[in-house]
Design a protein around this ligand. Structure first.
Ligand code: PMP
Length: 391
């Protein structure tokens, strides 16, 4: 009964993973059998300040007590929009929805409406949600016409973008991409030197709307938008996950040039004007700024990862870390099948450090030194077990 990316099989050995979480606090959660886990998935990204964060929960509670889903939006929508516009460099306006896929899809609609073009370039292995056009060709329920206008190119291959542009003159509405490449099952890749600048310049020259899908990286790399971390300027940015520390809200922000267009493109949902997630997001963003969260989270991630790599090497293993330390992807090398890595992750999870083997992990501001030490001890035990099993 557990669907999508939370489904325990076949991605993890079901015998070693908890299925249902009963409660959570800080960087930990407890399953329904009372087992405790230091959580390195952070609800797959939304948890950034710690579960049940008092400031965020108080803001949400107050909003709920005064009525949250009403017949008109609350003023908190304007406050949140203003706060985001001040925080995110390229933003001149903000639009709110619920899920990441709501705003990645909306961004494409806005780009198509603004350009009068149909085609969209994306990177193979990139994930933007579950609308049929976003899913990989061949997925069940996806029709050929759903992805007829999607051009898939390889990450960091600028020449493939040039080729797509020259083969589809005046037809490409948008390029959508995450700030760096974080697919599942393979090492994550940072942008090559100069890649984003070249992409930005070509999009500008060709009138292609550059959409940054910052749903996963957003607020973990740079509070001004992850593009600032890599030094480029998109036209639209999609946020979700960490924006509300677990409360259901996503946002699309964009430049002045697209403001009139976004006002024309119809998009809405039953709960999209709900005040309480907006109040939670406002409290979350203020707290992220107050503690300079990206710096804190990246430092905690680096410390934890450096320790894990050392422990691995003590057992003769190379633990390869790619991506940002705030969102690392790990893999034990010299094991093409990934089974050794999957076993190690399962042994860690069984002992209370919740790791997945196929997806990047997430670090939060709530991970304490004690959590990290406990993680190291668990990782050590788990290496001992897999070493015995595989030697
Ligand atoms: N884009 C990226 C980069 C994501 O990681 C995700 C969610 N994993 C989405 C879009 C879709 O977000 P949601 O599942 O909230 O629709």
């Amino acid at each position: 009964g557990i669907y999508g990316h939370f489904s325990p099989a076949p991605l993890v050995p079901p015998t070693d993973y908890p299925f249902y979480a009963a409660r959570a606090k800080g960087a930990k959660f407890w399953d329904i059998d009372g087992n405790e886990f230091v959580d390195y998935m952070c609800a797959y990204g939304p948890m950034v300040l710690g579960y049940a964060h008092p400031k965020v929960e108080e803001a949400a509670r107050r909003a709920n007590m005064s009525g949250s889903t009403l017949s008109a939006p609350g003023p908190v929508m304007v406050e949140l929009a203003e706060y985001l516009v001040d925080m995110v460099t390229i933003a001149n306006w903000a639009f709110f929805a619920k899920n990441g896929g709501d705003v990645t899809n909306y961004a494409i609609m806005v780009a198509r409406s603004a350009t009068g073009r149909r085609k969209v370039v994306m990177f193979s292995g990139g994930y933007h949600g579950v609308q049929p056009w976003m899913q990989a060709p061949g997925h069940h329920g996806v029709q050929e016409e759903d992805y007829r206008d999607i051009i898939r190119i390889h990450w960091n291959r600028f020449e493939e973008l040039e080729k797509a542009v020259s083969e589809n003159p005046g037809q490409i509405a948008a390029l959508i991409s995450t700030p760096y490449h974080h697919p599942t099952f393979v090492d994550n890749e940072m942008p090559a030197e100069g890649f984003w600048k070249k992409v930005e310049a070509l999009c500008k020259k060709e009138g292609i709307v550059l959409i940054l899908d910052d749903v996963r990286c957003g607020f973990r790399l740079d509070l001004r938008g992850s593009n600032e971390f890599f030094g480029f300027k998109p036209d639209l940015i999609c946020f979700c996950k960490a924006i509300g520390n677990g409360h259901p809200i996503s946002a699309l922000v964009g430049t002045e040039a697209l403001k009139a267009e976004v006002a024309r493109v119809f998009h809405t949902g039953s709960y999209w004007y709900q005040s309480s997630p907006m109040a939670a997001a406002l409290a979350c963003l203020k707290e992220l700024k107050r503690i300079n969260a990206p710096k804190v989270i990246q430092a905690k991630g680096k410390k934890m990862l450096d320790g894990l790599v050392d422990i691995a090497s003590g057992y003769g293993y190379t633990l390869k870390v790619t991506g940002s330390p705030a969102m690392p992807y790990l893999r034990i090398t010299d094991d093409e099948s990934l089974m050794l890595h999957q076993d190690w992750c399962a042994e860690c999870t069984k002992r209370g450090a919740y790791f997945t083997s196929h997806h990047n992990w997430f670090v939060s501001a709530a991970h304490t030194d004690a959590d990290i030490k406990k993680t190291w001890n668990i990782a050590d035990e788990a290496f001992k077990v897999v070493k015995k099993k595989y030697s």
